[in-house]
Ligand binder design. Sequence first.
Ligand SMILES: [Zn+2]
Length: 508
Amino acid sequence: MPPRKKLVLAYVDSLRTDMLERAIAEERAPTFGALVERGVLIPDCVSSFPSVTPVASAEMVTGVGADRHWISGMNWYHRLERRYVEYGSSLEATRAFGVFLALYDLVYNMNLAHLSPEVETVFESLEDAGARTACTPFLIYRGRRRHEVSLEGLLKRAVDVTKLKFHHHTWGPTDLFYGDLYASRDVPCKSTSIPGVRDGYAACCAAELLKEDLYDFLLLSLPDNDNYSHQHGPEATVESIAKADRAFATYAEEAGGLDEFLESHAVILVADHAQTEVHRGLPLAELLSAEWSVLQPSEERPELAQLAVSPTGRAAHVYLLPGEGERAEPLEVAARLGVLEGVDLVCRLEDEDGTPLRREGPGTPAGAVWAVVERGGEAVRFRPGGEVADLRGGGWEVEGELAALAASVEDGRLRSETYPDALARVWSALTAPHAGDFVVSLEPGFEAVDWGGVSHAGGGSHGALHAGDSLGPLLFVGCGPESAAAREQWALRDVAPVIREHFGVRDG
Ligand SMILES: [Zn+2]
């Protein structure tokens, strides 16, 4: 048997398949073009729901959805701590919650407190099998090796770090690079957290590791395309894809060029989600405040609020709070959400009798619950375990109007071009321990305004269940399936099993 190749998982944030193809056709992405020629391209790999980076990244490296990995959005409400968790929707949102807390949630809590201890990341699975893993700046990095954290680089600009005494270590892959925060070894790479130059930093760290032969599995993050697409819209991203391509080429050059690189490396190139154009911000918290008291960031007395609202790109979680005094009526909230301009789908859980579920604690809802999706007056409800098959082999019990999900059933199989893998994604989103009592998906063109008052109106965004936000490229070179037809529908949760299989590790 030939020696197993190293594997690099290269992820380009917000990469759209049509834009990748355009960049290749315009000869702006020759390295990605060469990879596509040599590999198996799945043009429509389905993202998570909400289709935002924290949820999608966790799905990509664990192989399970939010119901099992527990990361529910860019912002979510922590029922036990009675506060919002904010991973950095925008600088303004970060400030609204306090820079220190947001950073603590992002770099420490996300991996060590929020990410479920019951699932394994690929870093953990591979390290346990004796493989050396490495990661350039990426949200989900949990592994078996201890790393000292230094928040000084980031924090000294914002606050007096000497007063904070932030001295936590974290657990990551064998080698971990995270800009100013941590670096497992000295590399001659300029660390930075400024959008636009992070691809270069990641590629530089990767090249240094390659030069010294320090990994078997590497996650190479190329995040800059996301910010460019948010600012200028997805149609403008040939520019940022060209930069990501150059970054990958710089790294491969360390092996002597792409051909030499591929002699020793298998590659997976993937997007966490796509992006669509947005033209209007939806101030969901403000609109709901007209009828209910909505929990504000860092509120002194959270027990008085009736609702919590967590905008997460083109989706949002809305929570019914236990509160003191008058509680919000679930069906009234659902009805209000359903008529807001810009809201496309209102998703919620109900019990056997059709009573909406009110989630009191952070656990997974128990009992025979149904997921309900309402759109424009039509409603469909479903739960696992029935005769209706989805395109990935799941079985569902389905009642009501399939039109709510623009779906049809033929030969016992449900499909929706508009909302890919709708049943499994909505179910996973709703039954996750930190999900809202309502998860809303917005209409094309709308984005939920974050807690800093920011939207990307005039640019691009993502987060919805809609195909436009959800379908991205997944490319296998030297690993994975023989052809794209190996599965009828591919999803992000198929990535981790392929990585584990490449290293002969049983799926966790
Ligand atoms: Zn984004």
